[in-house]
Write a protein that binds this ligand. Structure first.
Ligand code: HSE
Length: 437
């Protein structure tokens, strides 16, 4: 039966919860004008209902019990915005079992245990909205589910963690070191509660898990994604990359190569003439390539109360429209509930890339030939070499760019080179996008 008013309950009145409430309350009339829908924010639960969130909530809406939201028979859509795995997952499953549609921004939960949520939603015939789980305010989930639905997706490259992009941008612009810049990002409130999630690439990998699953119809595959964070990147590497014509970005990459899917998260040198190299500060961007549409790029704020709230409300409205028309959830729910693969995932060792190496090598004749001998023996072709400075008897940075090489050959070669007495520190390497001449 079509309903005039759609009732919404929010669990979690933190940053995103407050943004969502502000939009639902302050833009109620705008939403009605644009969609004809009357979205009523019926309840908000949080353990702390006294703190001022900068939004005037009508009397009787706030409660300290999530059960008041989940078991309210009038509530059609339950919005989970507490984050983390438990009790967020339990609340969502409980709401689904009550035949409520659910909306969430919880990328960690969806990436690691989302299968249970989507499976249960499929069994109960309810929808799951998760636009806010990837790239905050950028409607990238809608792009994959709707805008580009007629395409076979061939590649996605994303800058989808604002904290890392803020840190790398600041290191680039100011020559600052990593640890000082992280402190600044934390002070500004960009980093996740546990900054390890940001700087070790975990948050980016959560988001890539969701994108890859939607793009390629594969199960949510967090554990199959290669992950590297940005903690080992130094101001020196950023400066060398700049001299060579590149920016260093933490990229989430998934693409079809041959008959396999590549999925990887790592710092990447991106040529200065690529649009994505120009995405600075806390902004996010996602490049999506489809077989019909070709290259597309989406840009915007990936975090924050209002941008993320904007995505949450868009999901609420989409689901409300389906409630109005008694439409079933779309098939994506089923593909996200899958646990079997009909496509091959490429082993990281088989990935082909160009590489940047920074060796700490003794400054004496014959060292370069020893290093290049090992690279040659492992099928790695050198594109250019720069020795920085002169330090007779001491160590100098020896920087190289390679042509396309296989990851496992690179690891074997570096393993051997790192054991050489003429090499004083573990070699730093960064994968390089674009054509290296
Ligand atoms: N910590 C995340 C970021 C927030 O820095 O992008 C949004 O997921």
């Amino acid at each position: 039966m079509a309903k005039g008013t759609v009732n919404v309950g929010i669990i979690g009145f933190g940053t995103v919860g407050s943004g969502t409430a502000k939009i639902l309350l302050n833009s109620k009339e705008l939403i009605r004008q644009k969609t004809g829908l009357d979205i009523n924010l019926k309840r908000i639960s949080d353990l702390d209902i006294t703190r001022d969130r900068g939004v005037k909530v009508p009397d009787g809406v706030l409660t300290t019990s999530a059960k008041d939201v989940i078991y309210d028979p009038d509530i059609d859509i339950v919005v989970e915005l507490i984050g983390g795995i438990h009790p967020a997952k339990d609340f969502m499953l409980e709401a689904i079992s009550q035949k409520k549609h659910v909306v969430t921004a919880n990328k960690a939960l969806l990436a690691t245990e989302g299968r249970d949520i989507f499976k249960s939603a499929d069994e109960h015939g309810v929808d799951v909205g998760f636009e806010a789980s990837v790239a905050g305010g950028i409607p990238i989930i809608k792009v994959l589910r709707e805008g580009l639905v007629a395409n076979s997706i061939t590649a996605i490259y994303g800058i989808i963690n604002g904290t890392c992009n803020y840190i790398l941008t600041k290191m680039t612009n100011e020559g600052a070191e990593f640890s000082d810049t992280l402190k600044e990002a934390q002070r500004l409130g960009y980093a996740e509660a546990d900054p390890t999630f940001d700087i070790e690439g975990i948050d980016t990998t959560h988001k890539l898990t969701i994108l890859a699953s939607l793009a390629f119809g594969i199960p949510l595959s967090y554990n199959k994604i290669y992950r590297e964070g940005i903690t080992h990147i130094t101001a020196q590497d950023i400066a060398f990359a700049g001299e060579l014509g590149y920016k260093i970005k933490l990229l989430a990459i998934t693409k079809i190569t041959g008959d396999s899917i590549e999925m990887r998260v790592h710092p990447t040198m991106v040529p200065n003439n690529y649009l994505i190299s120009k995405i600075d500060g806390v902004f996010n961007a996602v490049y999506v390539e489809g077989d019909s549409v070709g290259a597309t790029l989406y840009y915007g704020r990936g975090a924050g109360d209002m941008p993320t709230g904007s995505a949450v409300v868009a999901d609420i409205i989409d689901i409300a429209k389906k409630i109005q028309t008694n439409s079933p959830p779309d098939n994506f729910i089923r593909s996200l509930a899958k646990d079997t693969y009909d496509k091959k995932i490429m082993d990281m060792g088989d990935v082909m890339s160009n590489y940047y190496f920074r060796f700490s090598a003794l400054d004496k004749p014959g060292v370069l030939s020893k290093i290049s001998g090992v690279l040659g023996a492992n099928n790695i072709s050198i594109a250019s070499v720069i020795q920085k400075g002169r330090q007779v008897g001491g160590s100098v940075p020896l920087v190289m760019l390679t042509h396309t090489a296989r990851e496992k050959d690179v690891l074997n070669a570096l393993n051997e080179i790192n054991k050489m007495p003429v090499v004083s520190e573990k070699t730093l390497f960064i994968r390089v996008e674009g054509k290296v001449e």
